[in-house]
Design a protein around this ligand. Structure first.
Ligand code: UD1
Length: 417
């Protein structure tokens, strides 16, 4: 059990670098097996999910190790196409191994993935995309078996721009014969990052970042070197913490464009934002005001992953904010915990209504999920007195040495393992 101890009320001040992106690293690690190749990845965050992905690679017969922020993979020894349930259940994005194994071996056997309990998280769009590329899929008591004697390029239209389904389709399409056009593709920066990696690997792929991604096979390179992009959700979380504490923080090595919708609402709430193409400075006097309406949407809309942390930043903002959560059906699990700090938030269905309160008071909380837990940290930093968050490992799945990073900005926080 992780126990976070926070003494709130200190302004965050100073500059910090933001860790590499978890959600960019994981699909790239899965992609490393689509052909026998060596990959060197830099700026990979040291997180449990990354460790779990590397353990999957080793289970499959690859060599894979992380030294600091560097990950070294050699997938030439891949010898299996089945991932046991114990490894799959550790993280949601293990589902991306389905497209990757299918591409390399023509077969993938795995169980339904784990990850945060954010409501139903079906994989019908993943399966449908792989079927359209020629895979046959059997489900047998929780195990999914995908087989394709041959993958054939085709036109795939995703009815919703699912990030994971787009990634699975891109990976399988790299080893398909002929051209694949994925319409209705997710446009997240992590999709562009995956495309960049696949190009280095020798794939003929273009269009990521738009709604249409076109893939035309792959001529494998022997080795790939790739730097992982900064984590836009961690950047958004630190920006929200700075806003909530009346802080003055510079985030370095980030691409502000990638979390501009979050910065937009922080600016609406009364913060000054000064951006360059590699950094953002956020200045807050701590007197925020409600921002009206926020709706989560696929990129370039407001990210669902930043919803809980922005909510936390606005708990003391004068007036009202209404959030509509359009991506996940169970993403307000942090609300009852935030109310225990004295917040005035009501959540019902897709909507949450926040009325700013004068003051939050620290107390004991339980982290519900990764971003919900991060929201509790943001709220705890803005609360008077001590907040203690008991966490069954959710927060450290996505935030690397977060206590140290916040301490370097002046926060009084430490993590007891
Ligand atoms: C990824 C991110 C996650 C983020 C989410 C949305 C990773 C490792 N995780 O998750 O942090 O919150 O994007 O930005 O990158 N859906 C279906 N059928 C499917 C697939 C998805 O109905 O086959 C639905 C989901 O239930 C959800 C919505 O589509 O309601 C979005 O899911 P998706 O974009 O696939 O998210 P993930 O790839 O799981």
């Amino acid at each position: 059990m992780d126990i976070w101890h926070i003494r709130g009320g200190r302004r965050l001040e100073g500059a910090c670098f933001v860790q590499g992106s978890k959600n960019a690293s994981l699909p790239i690690i899965a992609a490393s097996i689509i052909c026998p190749t060596r990959s060197e990845l830099f700026n990979v965050p040291q997180l449990k999910d990354v460790d779990a992905a590397l353990r999957i690679l080793r289970h499959l017969g690859c060599s894979a190790e992380q030294r600091g922020g560097d990950v070294y993979i050699d997938s030439s020894g891949l010898s299996g196409s089945a991932i046991p349930h114990s490894l799959m259940e550790e993280m949601r994005s293990s589902v991306i191994f389905m497209g990757a194994l299918l591409a390399r071996c023509g077969e993938a056997r795995l169980s339904l993935p784990g990850g945060c309990q954010l409501g139903r998280r079906p994989i019908d769009l993943h399966l449908s995309a792989l079927k359209q590329l020629g895979a046959e899929i059997e489900e047998d008591g929780g195990e999914i078996i995908c087989r394709a004697a041959k993958l054939q390029g085709t036109e795939i239209t995703l009815p919703f721009p699912s990030v994971g389904a787009t990634e699975n389709a891109m990976l399988a399409a790299c080893r398909a014969k002929g051209e694949t056009v994925i319409r209705g593709a997710a446009r997240e920066p992590e999709i562009v990052a995956l495309q960049n990696y696949l190009r280095e690997m020798g794939a003929d792929i273009r269009g990521a970042g738009s709604g249409t991604v076109t893939v035309n096979g792959l001529r494998p390179e022997a080795s790939v070197v790739q730097r992982i992009i900064p984590d836009r959700i961690v950047a958004a979380t630190i920006a929200c913490a700075a806003a909530a504490t009346g802080g003055n923080v510079e985030l370095r090595g980030v691409n502000p464009e990638q979390f501009s919708t979050v910065l937009h609402f922080l600016n609406q709430a009364g913060c000054d934002i000064i951006s360059t193409n590699r950094s953002v400075r956020l200045l807050s006097d701590g007197r925020l005001h409600g921002v009206g309406e926020i709706s989560t949407a696929p990129y370039p809309g407001f990210p669902t992953d930043a919803q809980p942390v922005l909510m936390a930043a606005l708990l003391k903002a004068e007036g009202r904010t209404v959030i509509t959560e359009n991506i996940f059906e169970n993403r307000y699990r942090q609300v009852p915990e935030l109310c225990r700090l004295g917040a005035d938030v009501t959540a019902s269905g897709k909507t949450a209504e926040i009325w700013g309160v004068e003051c939050l008071h620290g107390t004991a909380l339980t982290a519900t999920d990764l971003r919900g837990g991060a929201a509790m940290i943001v709220a705890g930093l803005a609360a008077e007195g001590e907040t203690v968050i008991c966490d069954d490992g959710h927060i450290t799945r996505g935030y690397e040495r977060f206590d140290m990073r916040l301490r370097s900005l002046g926060a009084d926080i430490y993590l007891e393992y």
